[in-house]
Design a protein around this ligand. Structure first.
Ligand SMILES: [Mg+2]
Length: 226
């Protein structure tokens, strides 16, 4: 989605002001990768009389009103998500192992978080993540993530590792940055169990220990060939 006045993705200005060292870069999504998202969203949905239809990996078209079984509209899903992030009592549990893995990997790679949400949530996301031991810059993006990752890639010589739970984000980055290592990470065990593996994903996982080892392997191989 573009800024109406400049035609630029709002993530670009944030990306351009980032200090990057040009070395290996880990670009990590937040919701359902580092913080649990589906479970607290379901709790909010239950309070509003809504439920998932099944564990297909989508929001619009997969949420209904429990009483009537009527599909929630796009506008209702939009309001649900904005209400979720606006809730002052929102609590999202950290995904086990994420903080430790990223801390260890950050010794050899730069880590940034790339999350899709309106820019007004950016400072709050950084604060919440830092409180869970994830103190990396947060870039807020809207729409496909490929353009943002492509802009980052222009300034990186080393490997680029991209983690996300959303198939559309993974596909967008896979197609925009051919050399990026794409990791499909889905913390929720039910949605993980039924997820379709995204074509081109180098790893599909719901375990940060496994993901840590996989990324470390990419970084070690890079270091060995320098
Ligand atoms: Mg996500």
């Amino acid at each position: 989605m573009s800024d109406a006045t400049t035609g630029l993705n709002p993530a670009f200005a944030q990306i351009d002001s980032l200090q990057l060292n040009g070395g290996p870069l880990i670009i990590c999504d937040v919701d359902e990768v580092v913080l649990h998202f589906i479970e607290p969203l379901e709790k909010r949905m239950a309070r509003l009389g809504m439920e998932f239809i099944d564990t297909r990996y989508r929001l619009t078209g997969n949420i209904r009103h429990a009483a009537t079984q009527d599909l929630a509209s796009y506008e209702e899903v939009y309001d649900l998500l904005h209400g979720f992030f606006d809730d002052p009592d929102l609590h999202q549990e950290p995904v086990p192992g994420a903080s430790r893995a990223l801390a260890e990997l950050s010794r050899t790679a730069q880590v940034i978080m790339l999350t899709n949400m309106p820019a007004r949530f950016q400072k709050d996301r950084e604060r919440v993540l830092a409180s869970h031991g994830v103190p990396y810059p947060v870039i807020v993006n809207e729409g496909a993530k490929g353009p943002a990752v492509s802009r980052l890639a222009e300034r990186i010589d080393g490997p680029i590792i991209f983690l996300d739970d959303s198939p559309s984000n993974l596909v967008s980055v896979r197609d925009a940055v051919n050399h990026a290592h794409i990791i499909q990470f889905i913390a929720d065990p039910r949605f993980f169990a039924t997820a379709e593996i995204v074509d081109g994903a180098k790893l599909t996982s719901n375990c940060w220990d496994e993901t840590h080892r996989f990324i470390q392997g990419i970084l070690s191989e890079h270091m060995a060939t320098r």
